[in-house]
Design a protein around this ligand. Structure first.
Ligand code: MG
Length: 257
């Protein structure tokens, strides 16, 4: 083959690879927990998300009363309010799969070894604006110490927490969950994208295009029905957050044909 043809072939291959990365990507909501031996926000759920090749794994984080970051969704675990408890009171409590409730440090230590997966870290709302900022500061400090800053995106329903993430790490992707701010309002606040409930994007589909026009990413949660997955892929969202990551991957492959 002549040199010029080889060069053209290489160009086509590179262009093809770039195009292949354009489609919708899948984020496992609270890890991939709907599998045997897993549980929401467990370290096993992170490993499972990595094993199936999910683009990202979402996790929920609280700051305890004595300033330990723990990974769990609800405000309470077995009758104890996480943010009002000392870590010592929580550390022996078990998740549904028998793992102890993980600290964020334990979770990140495992994530470091799983090099193919991004972390979509949701900071849960805390009681006061000050406490939200303190929690965001503690998260960023730990993520940096664990050398995972380039692999971690931040999300929150709480605007104070989001603003603190944007202030502390302007190079990281911070997205807002609450649904009431328009793409332009988010852009002005320094967000990288929105991460809204399916119903929000269903009622305001123009926001998807608005985001693209101004360079914001679009993530939609928590989409578990195949029809809704197809609809969101067709509308060109960047990310689908789902409890069923393998089904979402199959639908994306099917749509790409
Ligand atoms: Mg969450």
């Amino acid at each position: 083959m002549k040199r010029k043809s080889i060069f053209l072939l290489c160009c086509l291959l590179v262009a093809g690879m770039a195009m292949a990365q354009v489609g919708t990507k899948v984020i496992a909501h609270r890890g991939y927990w709907k599998t045997e031996g897993s549980a929401q926000n467990s370290i096993r759920s992170l490993e499972r998300a990595s094993e199936i090749g999910a683009y990202g794994s979402e996790l929920d984080v609280h700051l305890t009363a004595d300033n330990v970051l723990v990974v769990f969704h609800d405000n309470t675990i077995q009758g104890k309010t996480i943010q009002a408890s000392a870590y010592d009171e929580l550390k022996d409590l078990k998740l549904a799969n028998g793992e102890p409730i993980p600290t964020l440090e334990q979770y990140l230590r495992r994530a470091r070894k799983l090099k193919n997966i991004r972390l979509i870290l949701e900071l849960k709302a805390h009681e006061t604006p000050e406490r939200n900022r303190e929690a965001a500061q503690a998260v960023v400090k730990l993520v940096k110490r664990m050398r995972l800053a380039k692999r971690t995106d931040y999300i929150s329903f709480n605007l104070d927490a989001c603003k603190e993430f944007i202030r502390l790490c302007p190079k990281s992707e911070v997205s807002y969950l609450n649904g009431e701010l328009s793409p332009m309002e988010l852009k002005e606040l320094g967000f990288a994208g929105l991460d809204y409930h399916y119903d929000v994007l269903k009622s305001r589909p123009e926001w998807i295009q608005d985001c693209k026009a101004i360079g914001l990413t679009v993530n939609v949660w928590t989409v578990n029905e195949p029809e809704k997955m197809r609809e969101m892929v067709e509308r060109g969202v960047d990310f689908i957050t789902t409890d069923l990551p393998e089904q979402a991957e199959a639908i994306i492959r099917e749509q790409a044909r």
